[in-house]
Write a protein that binds this ligand. Structure first.
Ligand SMILES: Nc1nc2c(ncn2[C@@H]2O[C@H](COP(=O)(O)OP(=O)(O)OP(=O)(O)O)[C@@H](O)[C@H]2O)c(=O)[nH]1
Ligand SMILES: [Mg+2]
Length: 428
């Protein structure tokens, strides 16, 4: 079974809690605070794994949860950091937000992609021993790790995509020009999942060719296996349309050509408008050469559309070189394989992240709580271990007007303020 879209749930580890503890030593009357920090939660990363060609592994495992950070302890003992979870995916996997469908990342290059950051460990109370009152005193809770639902969608990366009716000879062609060994047989739908082959042309030159299952009338609407696989050739730079010109199945080559062309058009404009070359296959079976009327009709249609046409035989290998030359020539003038940019967050979410949408409420213990995406984003940016970063935090709070709003809400010197898991005293 071929799986090329799957929804999974991921969660980064929570940060461990900081510890409140005081030094106890003989002859030391009042030891200072020595509670250690919590460890950071593990993150969720994605990495390309060359050996895999499908998302089959996700059929059985749809939840990925990274380890939480350990809690801090006395004597400045730092909690253990949680281990990251690295999720292997085939090259060309798109990671989308499950709710909006927005592309978050295209796994087409080699770098790891960090999807969910682990929660930062909370500060132990050793940090509270600071000479200046300006610095907020942070409470001990670790921050929650990020969590989300994402959709993985595999879009293979190939320069050239082979399309055609079942048994047109797509797999035979791939086998003739590359080291790939796809299954070949005279019955329809021999190929059930895409195959990739590298066509090497010597001196480091070459390209990747993809063979997909045969398309039939209605493929764009989901008939046969076609629909699922058309998206795999969306990235391709060039399409090679394989047509059986021998009429071995009793159809006119031109009809076959038009059927596939209209499926591509129905599926997507991008696909239909891609540069195309026609591989007129099974030419070895033509008794009268290429001069018969039905074949001239196909040639005329290809010429009218500006598609080069090459007669060949995938079975004997005859003239496949000429096709490769034609492909190489066309690729030289084409942009590289399409990669997808991450799509920015929609406006509505961005508005929600505005400081004016931050809500202020009181907790049962009287503390003032600031809530909203803006607060979450700010807290995530700040490294509370660094003085510089803390000063930035204070400045942003001042400038955003949030401090004034807290004051208006009745917050004053000595009151406790909470924001996304951190806690500090209000200093006027
Ligand atoms: N005589 C002749 N037979 C061919 C040629 N190319 C392919 N065939 C035969 O046609 C049949 C179908 O070939 P495949 O390569 O499996 O066709 P396909 O397009 O991959 O078919 P599906 O995967 O089912 O869509 C096989 O029996 C091949 O041996 C050719 O150039 N000449
Ligand atoms: Mg095949």
């Amino acid at each position: 079974m071929f799986i090329d879209t799957v929804q999974i749930h991921v969660k980064a580890g929570d940060g461990g809690n900081g510890c409140v503890s005081f030094r106890r030593e003989k002859y030391v009357a009042r030891g200072g605070p020595d509670g250690g920090d919590g460890g950071n939660g593990g993150s969720i990363l994605f990495r390309v794994e060359e050996e895999t060609n499908t998302l089959l592994a996700f059929r059985y495992r749809r939840k990925f949860i990274a380890e939480n950070g350990g809690d801090g302890a006395g004597a400045k003992f730092h909690g253990k950091n949680g281990a990251d979870v690295v999720i292997p995916v085939p090259r060309g996997t798109l990671i989308r937000d499950a709710q909006s469908g927005r592309i978050l990342h295209d796994m087409s290059d080699d770098g790891d992609f960090l999807l969910c950051r682990g929660g930062r460990g909370g500060w132990g109370n050793k940090h509270f021993a600071t000479p200046t009152r300006q610095i907020p005193r942070f409470a001990k809770a670790g921050l929650a790790g990020e969590e989300r639902d994402v959709l993985l969608e595999l879009k293979m990366i190939a320069d050239v995509g082979l399309v055609g009716l079942p048994s047109a000879g797509k797999s035979s062609l791939l086998a003739a020009v590359s080291a790939a060994r796809p299954k070949i047989a005279e019955y329809h739908f021999t190929t059930l999942e895409p195959n990739l082959g590298v066509v090497s042309l010597g001196e480091g030159q070459g390209f990747v060719m993809a063979d997909i299952p045969g398309l039939i009338d209605g493929a764009a609407e989901g008939a046969g296996l076609g629909h699922d696989f058309l998206r795999h050739i969306e990235r391709c730079r060039l399409i090679v349309q394989v047509v059986d010109v021998s009429s071995s199945e009793g159809r006119a080559p031109l009809d076959d050509f038009l059927t596939i062309s209209s499926e591509l058009e129905k599926f997507s404009r991008t696909l239909a408008e891609k540069p195309r070359i026609v591989a007129a296959n099974k030419a070895d079976l033509l008794p009268d050469g290429t001069d018969a009327e039905p074949i001239r009709a196909l040639e005329a249609e290809a010429a009218a559309r500006g598609y080069p046409l090459v007669f060949l035989s995938a079975a004997t290998g005859e003239n496949t070189k000429a096709l490769l030359t034609e492909i190489q020539h066309a690729l030289a003038a084409l942009p590289p394989v399409l990669t997808y940019e991450a799509e920015p967050e929609p406006i509505t979410e961005a508005e929600d992240a505005d400081v004016s949408s931050v809500r202020i409420r009181r907790d049962d213990d009287g503390a003032f709580v600031c809530e909203g995406k803006w607060v979450d984003a700010l807290v995530r940016q700040v490294n509370f271990d660094e003085r510089e970063s803390l000063m930035f935090f204070e400045r942003v709070l001042q400038k955003s007007g949030l401090i004034d709003r807290l004051r208006e809400a009745g917050c004053g010197e000595g009151n406790t303020v909470r924001m996304n898991g951190i806690e500090f005293d209000f200093v006027d």
